[in-house]
Design a protein around this ligand. Sequence first.
Ligand SMILES: CC(C)(COP(=O)(O)OP(=O)(O)OC[C@H]1O[C@@H](n2cnc3c(N)ncnc32)[C@H](O)[C@@H]1OP(=O)(O)O)[C@@H](O)C(=O)NCCC(=O)NCCS
Length: 184
Amino acid sequence: MATLVNQDVSIRHLAEGELPLLEQMYESFAPRHAAMGLPPEERCRRRAWLENLVHGMNLVAVRGARIAGHLALMPCGRAAEMAVFVHQDFRRQGIGTALTRAAMEEAGRLGIRLVWVLVSSENFIALNGLRRMGFHIAWESMGEVQLVYRLAPATEAADGARNGKELAGCDTLAPARSPTLPAR
Ligand SMILES: CC(C)(COP(=O)(O)OP(=O)(O)OC[C@H]1O[C@@H](n2cnc3c(N)ncnc32)[C@H](O)[C@@H]1OP(=O)(O)O)[C@@H](O)C(=O)NCCC(=O)NCCS
């Protein structure tokens, strides 16, 4: 897959061997530690975090030789946690939106029914953007908000009894065990 955001920026899967390029994006990323402690401040913790994320599905927005944005989906059964980061040099150009849309398409192809993201309740930029893209708040507690996006067909999504099934057996609703967050 390769999707164009504009004539300069395209979205594709992170290729094998591109971890150093991804690390480079986070090297100058600002502010660090602002999105639920992510990306981690210290280089070694950032590397450990990224080495864990590459086990999931990773999309990157690329401009020339540079990674401008990164989205990771960490599947667990029919649900997946999402984290999205756009480098400050490239924000407000639709890259976060394009990465998220591409990720929802990929999630659908992988048979994922529900995508969730954990953000700080003060992260109004992410909250605004995610809600505009169709995420809605599942719960909010102690400064943390979980937003979810359902990919299930309407009839399934309307069936409250089934909604819990996507997350059955996953630890994903417990923020302390969120797969995108570094160990506390
Ligand atoms: C959240 C983030 C990924 C958005 O990336 P982006 O490429 O700038 O987002 P987009 O350009 O696609 O903007 C999408 C929408 O988000 C909202 N938004 C983005 N930047 C905003 C800002 N500075 N002020 C207010 N709203 C903003 C708007 O609703 C915007 O739509 P609009 O431009 O049509 O008004 C980026 O700001 C970022 O990396 N933040 C730090 C990490 C983070 O918080 N990640 C989210 C949780 S994992």
